[in-house]
Design a protein around this ligand. Structure first.
Ligand code: SF4
Length: 373
């Protein structure tokens, strides 16, 4: 999140890891406990101004303000759905924009956040994929979505807390692994944002090497965007992802991930009308997953004008789900939310050049997404 300020480039404080902040503080001749104090002001208290960090000396506050940028990206659009879903649009320092979605569930919200502007993988059922890849988000830009979504809930006086974070918005998280890793570390840090492992999920199509590296960190739960029960169909609907890690290699990699007794990998399967929603595909899927400790998340496709698919027939969805359950699979059928504001699964798509200054409610702000609200 580097920005040009008065001819100088100040690093965004939100892009620093704890050790990087500590090194900065040492450079200013400060003991390491000062780094801890600043860290808590930033991540736990959401302090928007160095001048308000009252347990630091006035001189240190001044030096920090000279060296580090404490501004968050601007919330340039906010849309609210009839079902309570909220979609936010962030304007980044270079004019790029990304979307995040707050999804209500019983008594809390889940935040679906983005990790890239656009996506290079071009899955054929995903609006984000139509944009192509623009750039990776920094760890600070990823976490800014958490901070701003929290502010939105506070300003709305929501009695429901933000409880879960899912990395399922725009972009493939594991193609931006270094920044996602840094962001996850701060998200989980008890002195940072303090989310527990089971409250954070990263969704990926599967990236060779990085998938195993992510699983080994234990920083978050794993969800895999599978969407097809065989390589031929996966190649058809997810051409780049199926080349990146062919289905048989993906399954081998998943089966090699050690899981705790009650831990499961979530398998995401978007049902596309007449494409992958037949009983033959349900049979193939059951066979494919027979040796994997997993739960299956079925999602009905949300049609969008730019995408070449239709929603599945409700009877086909019911039959697909019933078959898998009859074989002993754990299945949930996710009800998409936020369709009226284009915030549902597969619908996030940033629209460059769109003008929506201010935080006005825009019932039809654009949408775009990885694959799973
Ligand atoms: S589904 Fe995910 S990986 Fe595929 S194009 Fe969309 S954002 Fe990229």
């Amino acid at each position: 999140m580097n920005r040009q300020d008065n001819q100088q480039t100040r690093a965004s404080v939100f892009d620093l890891s704890y050790s990087q902040l500590e090194a900065r503080m040492q450079g200013l001749g400060q003991p390491s406990f000062r780094a801890r104090q600043v860290w808590q002001w930033i991540w736990q208290k959401g302090c928007p101004d160095f001048a308000r960090m009252t347990n630091l000396s006035k001189e240190l506050r001044h030096r920090l303000a000279q060296e580090l940028d404490l501004r968050l990206p601007a919330l340039s659009g906010l849309a609210s759905s009839r079902d309570g879903t909220k979609k936010g649009l962030l304007s980044l320092y270079d004019g790029q924009e990304v979307e995040w979605v707050l999804i209500p569930d019983k008594d809390h919200f889940t935040l679906c956040l983005s990790t890239q502007v656009g996506c290079s993988l071009g899955c054929t059922f995903c609006s984000t994929g139509r944009m192509g890849f623009v750039r990776n988000l920094t760890s600070g830009e990823i976490l800014a979505q958490v901070l701003i979504a929290t502010q939105v809930l506070e300003e709305a006086r929501s009695s429901w807390p933000l409880r879960n974070i899912v990395f399922m918005g725009m972009g493939e998280p594991l193609l931006n692994w270094s920044q996602v890793h840094k962001g996850l570390t701060i998200l989980r840090d008890p002195m940072g944002l303090g989310f527990s492992h089971r409250r954070v999920t990263v969704s990926t199509v599967g990236v060779p090497g990085t998938l195993t590296a992510f699983a080994q960190t234990g920083l978050a739960s794993l969800a895999v965007s599978l969407h097809a029960p065989n390589q031929a169909l996966r190649r058809q609907i997810m051409p780049a992802a199926s080349r990146l890690l062919p289905l048989s290699d993906l399954m081998d990699t998943l089966q090699a991930i050690p899981l705790k007794p009650r831990q499961r990998i979530t398998v995401e399967y978007i049902l596309l009308g007449g494409v992958n929603d037949g009983l033959n595909q349900a049979r193939d899927l059951n066979r494919l997953l027979s040796r994997l400790k997993c739960k299956i998340n079925l999602i009905s496709f949300n049609p969008a004008p730019e995408l070449p698919y239709t929603a599945p027939d409700p009877d086909a969805v019911a039959a697909f789900e019933h078959f898998l359950r009859s074989k002993g699979q754990t299945v949930t059928l996710r009800k998409s939310k936020g369709q009226d504001i284009q915030a549902a699964c597969g619908q996030l798509r940033n629209s460059p050049g769109r003008s929506n200054a201010g935080s006005a409610l825009e019932p039809n702000m654009e949408r775009g997404m990885h694959a799973q609200t």
